[in-house]
Ligand binder design. Sequence first.
Ligand code: MTE
Length: 303
Amino acid sequence: MRIITRRGWEIAESQVTPESVALNRRAVLGGTAALLAAAPGLVHAAANPKFEAGRPLTDEKYATTYNNYYEFDESKNMWRSAQKMKTSPWTVEIAGLVKQPRKIAYEDLLKQVSIEERIYRHRCVEAWAMTVPWTGFAMSDLLKIAEPLGSAKFIAFETAQEKSMGNLALPLYPWPYVDGLAIDEAANELAFMPTGMYGKALPPQNGGPIRMIAPWKYGFKQVKSIVKITFMEKRPRCFWEEINGREYGFWANVNPDVPHPRWSQARERLLGSDEMVPTKIYNGYGDFVASLYSGRKSEKLFM
Ligand code: MTE
């Protein structure tokens, strides 16, 4: 595990975070659980004009207690029931069109990647948003480990089916939760695999121990608690697309000018303050990702 420096689109955590918190985070980056356990509670800085996201970090208590995780239940406060989820030991299976399909223990995976911190805006299709300091590794690191074959064009991420997940008994939903990316999206520098947030291990309600994030897409694309990553030639079957393909598509890039069939996407509510702010195309990350779609204009890119 190696800690690397930030690139242009990232903001230094020290710019938005008091020193004590930053020290806490370093403990996580180094995997020093004991240090973390001994650390005082985290207090987050208020809005900082230097913050590149143009908005303050969402307070940890909102980001970790207002969640979408349908395997547990459909309410936003499923975080309590998620505490029963067993996230260790954890194994991630690499399957499909790769040089060598295999299972990797979570700890072994972490040894092969560079852990870094990124502060990203998150935009749910339901028109709420948060800004979160994640720790994790670039999805491009995962691609290097997986060694996909030339025929692999898409990647499917699959969530665990764990016994604490009460809703799995409901045949109403097409479990397991699966969603995916095109391989060039996965290789984009913004695509990220969080293993922590707010300087701590990723809590189960937010997708611990490992999830994925493509911050220019609606939140339903950001698969939680990943146990299997499959490389394929065709687009994967996606959970929400299967439930309602008229409302939830494969690409699901954020766009304020393309309304959801039942509500506007022009604005978003910030968790915590409940302030309503304008939504930006590609969630404000267009400079980094818009070129991915120049050859895909005939697709439904924004739903
Ligand atoms: N992953 C799984 N396995 N199950 C889910 O219900 N919900 C998605 C996404 N990933 C979901 C999921 C949706 S709709 C959103 S907005 C985000 O997770 C929410 O992430 P958060 O709870 O960390 O804010």
